[in-house]
Design a binder for this molecule. Sequence first.
Ligand code: HEC
Length: 109
Amino acid sequence: MSPQIFKAAACSSDAALPGLAVSVLALSLIAPARAAADPFPEGPGKAVFIKVCTQCHAAEPIAILRRSKDEWKDLVYNMKGMGAEATDEECNVIIDYLAKNFGKKEEQK
Ligand code: HEC
């Protein structure tokens, strides 16, 4: 996706740059683009979700998923089982946030 596109553009525009400079340049291009396109709607639970669900991996790929509330519940407790630091209350807040914003279409009606 976009990281490769940015990197390819950085490489071809100045092939003489050393590898490190190219990747630093690529990162500086990606960072503002990501901030501008926050895929997570504002709402109750967002802050807890970001806090807990970025402990081990990026949150962005989660935004393309659509799952039922039960499926989100399984996933969140799965992550907790792997070591996510969150209280049961925080897990419930996250499950509600995900089910509301990234639920299955028929459940959101
Ligand atoms: C303790 C580290 C850790 C935390 C914290 C964590 N994850 Fe994960 N997550 C992983 C690992 C490791 C994988 C890949 C292994 C796997 O797929 O089971 C993964 C994979 C995933 C996947 C893809 C796998 C699938 O079943 O579709 C999703 C979605 C996901 N995490 C969502 C979340 C959410 C939502 C949270 C916040 C509740 C979260 N993660 C917090 C470690 C973590």
